[in-house]
Design a protein around this ligand. Structure first.
Ligand code: ADP
Ligand code: MG
Length: 818
C-alpha cells in the first residue's frame, strides 16, 4: 500500500483543491455570505463519489464523512453551516493519508481458555482495579458502572481540542466554545426568590460573565475561587452588551499546568459528583491501557472486514485515548461505529436465536380458517355496528395464518390509538375459544384491565362467551372462585394485569395470550406467561399503540412478526391541535368552558402529581384545587394520578366516563386505552416536557367520538426554538408513525419511550439504534450467520456463544445459550 500513497493522497488533495474556492468564499468576512451558498451538497457529493472509487479504507472513511457533512447542508441554519465547513476544512487539512491500518488480521481466533480468561477479566468489579478504591467504586456504581467492561463502554461525551481554545474576544454568540479564563470574582446572587451563582472571569482579551441556576453552593465556591484558572466549555450567549456563558462545564487548571502541557485533544466524560475531569480522564485512560486490548471481538472476521468494522480494542483506544491529530473526530466516529455494530450484531443474533427457539417449540394449530356462518367470529361480526377496515382485515388474516400453523405465534400489532386493535384481538380470541382453548388478555394497569373488561364483556355477552376479570386486589374468597373457574375451564376469556402470571393462577387450557400495550411488559414476563400453558406454547399477540418507527420495529424486534394497522375507522374527525403560551391561558380556559357548556368533557394533563420543591412545574393536585375554586366553580372536576389506590382510580374513571365529573385533571396515567368519546378537549400543561410520541398518546384520548375535538399544548417558559419546532410537528400531523420518526430524529432512542420500555434489552450504546442502515446491516449479517451456523459451532461460533452468554444472556432471556 505504501507505494500507492502518493496516488492515494491526490484523491483527497483533489477534493481539497476543488473545494478551496467555495470554502474561501463561504468563510470570507466571517462567514457573512454563508447564506448565499447553494449547491455545495451536490458538488461535494459528486467530488466524493468520483474519488471514492479508488480510495483506500482510511481515505474512504474521510470521504464518506465529508459527504455526510454536506448532505443536509442547505437545510441547516448558518451556525451549523459554519460548523460543517470548519469541520470539513479540518478533515481535509489533516493528513488523511496517515499510515494505513493493518488489514484485518488473519490472527488465529482466541482459544477457548484465552477467551474465558479475558471475558472474566472484563467482568472484574471496579473496586479491584488499580487506582479505584471502594469509595470511588461506589460512586461509579451509582451510575451503573460496576465492571471494567462497563467503564470501557462509558464513552466520553465529547472532546476538547485544547489547541483550539478560544479567546474571550473571539467568542461568537450561539457557538459552543472552550475558553481558558482566570476567575476575578464569584458569588451567589438573589433575584427575588431566584438564586443564581455568578462569576466574572477574564483572559488577556476580555471579560466573560458566567451564571449557574442549579448548583451546589459549597462546590461552586470551592471551584470558582478568585484567581483560579478554569477551562469553561459551553454555549456563548449575550445579555445586553455582556458576553456570557450559562451553565458551562468547568475544569480547573493546576498552577503548574500550562496550556502547552495539556494541549491536544482531551476526552470529556459525564460528570461524576465531586470527581474532577482530570481524575476521570486518568481513570478511564488507565483502564483502557490495561484492559482495552483484552476486549473480545464478537463479530466474525469475515463480516468485520466486509462492513469495514475494526477491532474493539482499537475502538476503545481511539475513543478514550484520542490522538492529537486533526482526524481524531473522524476516528472517534469510526470507533463508535465499530462498537455500535458489535452491539447491534449481537442483539440481532440473540433475537434471531430466540426466534428460532420459539419456532422450535411445539405450537398449537388452531382451526381458525373455518368460515362457519354460525361460528363465533361470524356472530361477533354480525353484532358489530360497523365492518372492519381493510387494515384490520389484513392484520386479522396475518394472525389467522399464524394461528393455524403448528408453530407458536409471536406477533406484534402496531396501530395508532383508535385504529381498532381491540376488535381484531377479540376475533383472534374467539378463534382460540372455538378450537377449545382459553384466551387471556393482559393489560398494563388495573384501570385498563377493568376498562378492557367492560368493553370486552359487552361484546362477549351478546355471543354467549364467558369473560372474567382477575383483579390484583380481590378478596381472597372472590379470588378463589375466579381461580377455580380458570382452572376448570369454566371461563373462556380471562382479563387481568400481571396478576395473571402469579403462581396460583392455573389455566385449564391456555391457547392464546393477548398482551395490551406491550411496552409495559418486559420480555421476561412474556416468558412467564408462556410457562402457564402446559404442553404446547400458547400463541402470543401483542398490541401496541406506541408508534415505533417502522424501520426500528422491523429491525429491533427481530423475534416478532409485525402487523401494522395504518388506517383509522372512517368518519373519525382529526383533532385540531394548537400550541399556546402562558399568556394564552385565559383563552385555553375559555375553550374548555365552551366545550363544557355544550355538554362535552375535558382532560387537563400535568407532568407531576404533587407540587415539588425541586421541579418548578405545575402539578395536578394543586391545580385541581385552583381550577375547582377559581376557574370552573360550577363544574365538577375529578383528579386522577398514579398514587391513588386501584379502587380510587376506578371510581374516578367511572365518574368521568359516566359524566358525573366534567373535567378530569390528571397525570399521564390516562395515557393508554382510556376511552371516553364525550371528551372533546384536552389541555396539556408543560407540553415541552413530553416527547412527541407521548403527546400523541395523550392526544389520542380525544377525538374518539363524532364531535370535533381540540388539543391545546401549553408550553411554559421556553426560549428554545427546538421546543417550538418539535411541538409544531404535533400540529402538522396526526400520523403516529411520522411523529415517532421525528421523535427518534430529534431526541434519539434513549428518550424514546416506545423503544426503551418495549422490552427491548438495554443497549450499552443506545445511539446505535439511530443508525438505521447499520442496524439493517447487522440484522442481515446476524440472521445470515445463524442460517449458516445454526448451532454456533466451530471456534468462531463457540466464541460468539461465550460472549452472548457473558454479555447478553440475561438481557435477552436466552435459555438456549451455553
Ligand atoms: P385501539 O385499541 O386501537 O386504540 P379500539 O379498538 O379501542 O382502538 O377502537 C376504538 C373505537 O373504534 C372503539 O369504540 C371501536 O368500537 C371502534 N371501531 C373499531 N373498529 C372500527 C371500524 N372498523 N369501524 C368503526 N369503528 C370501529
Ligand atoms: Mg385498545
Amino acid at each position: 500500500m505504501g507505494k500507492d500513497s502518493a496516488h492515494d493522497k491526490t484523491g483527497i488533495e483533489r477534493i481539497k483543491a476543488a473545494l478551496a474556492r467555495p470554502f474561501a468564499f463561504a468563510s470570507k468576512d466571517s462567514f457573512a455570505h454563508i447564506e448565499s451558498i447553494k449547491g455545495l451538497d451536490a458538488l461535494v457529493s459528486t467530488l466524493c463519489d468520483g474519488e471514492a472509487r479508488h480510495a483506500t479504507d482510511v481515505q474512504l472513511s474521510a470521504i464518506t464523512t465529508l459527504k455526510r457533512l454536506f448532505n443536509d447542508f442547505d437545510s441547516l441554519s448558518s451556525d451549523y453551516k459554519k460548523e460543517r465547513i470548519r469541520e470539513a476544512q479540518r478533515l481535509l487539512d489533516a493528513d488523511a493519508c496517515e499510515a494505513h491500518p493493518a488489514p484485518l488480521a488473519a490472527k488465529p481466533p482466541l482459544t477457548e481458555q484465552e477467551a474465558d480468561e479475558r471475558l472474566k477479566e472484563l467482568q472484574a468489579p471496579l473496586r479491584f482495579v488499580k487506582g479505584i478504591g471502594p469509595r470511588l467504586a461506589e460512586r461509579f456504581a451509582a451510575k451503573g458502572l460496576l465492571t471494567v467492561e462497563d467503564m470501557l463502554y462509558c464513552l466520553p461525551l465529547r472532546y476538547e481540542d485544547r489547541s483550539r481554545l478560544k479567546k474571550v474576544q473571539g467568542l461568537a454568540v450561539g457557538e459552543d466554545a472552550a475558553v481558558l479564563v482566570t476567575v476575578i470574582a464569584s458569588s451567589e446572587a438573589r433575584y427575588g426568590a431566584r438564586k443564581v451563582f455568578e462569576m466574572v472571569a477574564n483572559d488577556s482579551t476580555g471579560i466573560l460573565k458566567v451564571k449557574w441556576f442549579h448548583y451546589k453552593l459549597s462546590y461552586m465556591k470551592n471551584r470558582c475561587k478568585s484567581g483560579s484558572r478554569l477551562i469553561l466549555y459551553g454555549r456563548v450567549s449575550k445579555f445586553g452588551h455582556q458576553i456570557e456563558m450559562i451553565h458551562p462545564d468547568i475544569e480547573e487548571m493546576d498552577e503548574s499546568e500550562t496550556i502547552a502541557s495539556s494541549s491536544g485533544v482531551v476526552p470529556v466524560y459525564s460528570q461524576l459528583d465531586g470527581v474532577h475531569q482530570k481524575t476521570l480522564r486518568k481513570i478511564f485512560g488507565s483502564i483502557v491501557a490495561d484492559y482495552g486490548h483484552k476486549a473480545v471481538d464478537s463479530v466474525p472476521v469475515a463480516i468485520r472486514s466486509r462492513r469495514r468494522v475494526s477491532e474493539q480494542s482499537k475502538a476503545f483506544e481511539a475513543l478514550h485515548l484520542p490522538q492529537s491529530s486533526g482526524l481524531f473526530l473522524e476516528k472517534a466516529r469510526e470507533a463508535r461505529r465499530t462498537l455500535a455494530y458489535d452491539e447491534l450484531f449481537m442483539l440481532e443474533l440473540g433475537l434471531a436465536m430466540r426466534r428460532r427457539a420459539i419456532k422450535k417449540e411445539g405450537g398449537i394449530a388452531f382451526d381458525a380458517a373455518r368460515k362457519d356462518p354460525s361460528g363465533l367470529e361470524a356472530r361477533l361480526r354480525e353484532s358489530l355496528p360497523f365492518s372492519l377496515t381493510t387494515a384490520q382485515e389484513r392484520a386479522l388474516s396475518e394472525i389467522k395464518k399464524d394461528m393455524n400453523a403448528p408453530l407458536p405465534m409471536n406477533r406484534l400489532i402496531q396501530g395508532d390509538v383508535g385504529s381498532g386493535k381491540t376488535v381484531v384481538s377479540l376475533i383472534a380470541a374467539l378463534m382460540a375459544i372455538e378450537s377449545g382453548y382459553q384466551a387471556a388478555i393482559m393489560s398494563p394497569t388495573e384501570i385498563l384491565a377493568e376498562q378492557h373488561y367492560l368493553t370486552v364483556h359487552r361484546y362477549m355477552e351478546t355471543i354467549g362467551i364467558r369473560a372474567m376479570l382477575l383483579r390484583g386486589a380481590m378478596k381472597a374468597k372472590e379470588r378463589r372462585v375466579v381461580l377455580k373457574e380458570i382452572q376448570e375451564g369454566g371461563v373462556d376469556l380471562i382479563i387481568g394485569t400481571h396478576a395473571l402470571i402469579q403462581k396460583d393462577v392455573e389455566f385449564a387450557k391456555l391457547g392464546l395470550v393477548i398482551i395490551d400495550e406491550q411496552h409495559r411488559f418486559g420480555v421476561v414476563q412474556r416468558g412467564e406467561l408462556r410457562k402457564k400453558a402446559q404442553g404446547a406454547s400458547p400463541d402470543m399477540l401483542i398490541m401496541t399503540a406506541t408508534p415505533i418507527p417502522r424501520t426500528l420495529a422491523m429491525t429491533a424486534f427481530g423475534d416478532l412478526d409485525v402487523s401494522i394497522i395504518d388506517q383509522l375507522p372512517p368518519g373519525r374527525q382529526p383533532v385540531r391541535t394548537r400550541i399556546l403560551r402562558e399568556k394564552d391561558r385565559a383563552s385555553a380556559y375559555q375553550a374548555i368552558s365552551r366545550a363544557l357548556v355544550e355538554g362535552g368533557q375535558c382532560y387537563i394533563v400535568y407532568p407531576l402529581v404533587e407540587e415539588s420543591k425541586e421541579v418548578p412545574l405545575k402539578d395536578a393536585t394543586s391545580m385541581k384545587e385552583h381550577l375547582q375554586r377559581d376557574i370552573f366553580p360550577e363544574h365538577r372536576i375529578g383528579l386522577l394520578h398514579g398514587r391513588l389506590t386501584t379502587v380510587e382510580k376506578e371510581s374516578v374513571m367511572r365518574d368521568f366516563k359516566d359524566g358525573r365529573t366534567h373535567i378530569l385533571v390528571s397525570t399521564t396515567v390516562i395515557e393508554v386505552g382510556v376511552d371516553v368519546p364525550n371528551a372533546t378537549v384536552m389541555l396539556i400543561e408543560h407540553a415541552e416536557r413530553f416527547g412527541l410520541a407521548q403527546l400523541h398518546q395523550l392526544r389520542g384520548r380525544v377525538g374518539r367520538g363524532v364531535k370535533p375535538s381540540l388539543c391545546m399544548l401549553l408550553a411554559a417558559w421556553t426560549n428554545s426554538e427546538d421546543t417550538y419546532k418539535r411541538l409544531k410537528v404535533m400540529t402538522e400531523t396526526s400520523d403516529g408513525f411520522q411523529l415517532a420518526e421525528e421523535d427518534l430524529k430529534i431526541r434519539g432512542p434513549g428518550n424514546f419511550t416506545g423503544v426503551r420500555q418495549s422490552g427491548l434489552p438495554d443497549l450499552r450504546l443506545s445511539f446505535a439504534l439511530t443508525d438505521t442502515a447499520l442496524l439493517k446491516a447487522a440484522r442481515d449479517d446476524a440472521f445470515g450467520y445463524l442460517e449458516q451456523n445454526p448451532e454456533l459451532a466451530g471456534p468462531e461460533g463457540i466464541l460468539i456463544k461465550k460472549i452472548l452468554k457473558s454479555r447478553w444472556a440475561s438481557r435477552l432471556e436466552l435459555a438456549e445459550v451455553g
